[in-house]
Design a protein around this ligand. Structure first.
Ligand SMILES: [Zn+2]
Length: 340
């Protein structure tokens, strides 16, 4: 209350007591009315924007998945470890109620010219719903750590704990919660292969998400529509900082607003309002296929494409924070479709 509005009941210059009493009563009434109106207004606001409800994401368990994936060794496209990882995740998705399908496709190694068999993995929850969202991550790792500061180590094994395993580990954790999570839309968790079968500058990025987009765009008639896509990449940095990514802002601004809005409301402080560097990632092929999609990425990871992209530089708490935002966003009421 504004202190200037306090009743001046002790003012001796006003002799007419009844009027004073009436004035005081009116003031008390006005204050009470204001309080009722204020509570109604709060109730109305609460009705229009209920608090987000994140799933009880378990950061320790998510981190154990990250370690389990890294224990398979480097997982570039076409490798045996890449296949083992996909099988492990497929089994995990099924165990938690997902319907699993694969999208096999062929590619070529840009250095040797050898054929490389690639496979995207799709796990679907609520497959009967025609309005769907996709959460996508790449599961292949870069063949070599070509940003390694020590040139002698640029052909060493690259484990990709953050750049590769983090997204997969988070999807595995999210899978635990999907049977219980009240989502108005169907959810597809997708592992893209061949995101970076790239040797230094040689090779083509995003083969898996391009294939995924091609299959989706060519579906005719279409059984379902993806109304949104979130790409999760490098989400386990100990010093997590997720800034708004410029392509995402350009291509799917409503989605950026909604996800960062949820992050703000649940105080997920790693999500920054600042606009970060533009990053080409798997969200671009999704947008090209007509799926509004954004990239949730921490691009200032100091061990990016180096031999030190290891579990010890990752954090379960970071995974949990992103998982809370993503599950809370999934559980939000359906956004009203944009006017055309
Ligand atoms: Zn990478």
């Amino acid at each position: 209350m504004d202190p200037d509005a306090k009743p001046k009941a002790t003012n001796p210059a006003r002799p007419t007591r009844p009027r004073r009493r009436f004035g005081a009563l009116a003031l008390v009434g006005a204050i009470a009315l204001a309080a009722v109106l204020a509570s109604l207004r709060v109730a109305t606001l609460a009705q229009s924007a209920p608090l987000p409800r994140p799933a009880p994401v378990n950061g320790d368990r998510a981190f154990r998945y990250l370690e389990q994936i890294c224990a398979l060794g480097p997982r570039p496209a076409g490798s045996a470890a890449n296949t083992r990882q996909r099988q492990l995740v497929a089994e995990h998705f099924r165990k938690h109620g997902g319907q699993v399908r694969e999208q096999p496709f062929g590619a070529v190694d840009p250095l040797s010219g050898a054929k490389v068999a690639m496979v995207n993995l799709v796990g679907s929850w609520h497959p009967e719903l025609n309005d769907r969202v996709v959460l996508g991550v790449h599961y292949d790792t870069r063949p070599f750590p070509d940003e390694e500061p020590d040139p002698k180590r640029r052909k060493d094994p690259f484990l990709g704990a953050n750049d590769g395993a983090s997204g997969v580990a988070l999807l595995m954790e999210i899978a635990h919660h999907l049977p219980e999570l009240a989502t108005p839309r169907g959810v597809d968790l997708v592992l893209f292969d061949g995101e970076e079968l790239v040797y230094d500058r040689v090779g083509e990025y995003f083969l898996g998400s391009k294939e995924f987009g091609r299959i989706y765009a060519e579906q005719n008639p279409r059984k379902f529509v993806y109304s949104a896509g979130l790409v999760l990449d490098m989400v386990a940095d100990k010093n997590l900082r997720i800034e708004r990514e410029p392509y995402s802002l350009d291509l799917a601004p409503d989605l950026v607003r909604d996800v960062w809005g949820v992050a703000r409301r649940i105080k997920a402080t790693a999500f920054k309002q600042k606009v970060g560097p533009a990053v080409q990632d798997d969200h671009l092929p999704l947008n090209n296929a007509g799926i509004p999609a954004i990239d949730i990425i921490d691009f200032d990871y100091e061990h990016w494409h180096t031999v030190d992209d290891l579990p010890k530089n990752c954090s379960g708490a970071s995974l949990a924070q992103v998982g809370r935002v993503v599950t809370a966003w999934l559980a939000e009421p359906k956004p009203t479709p944009p006017r055309r």
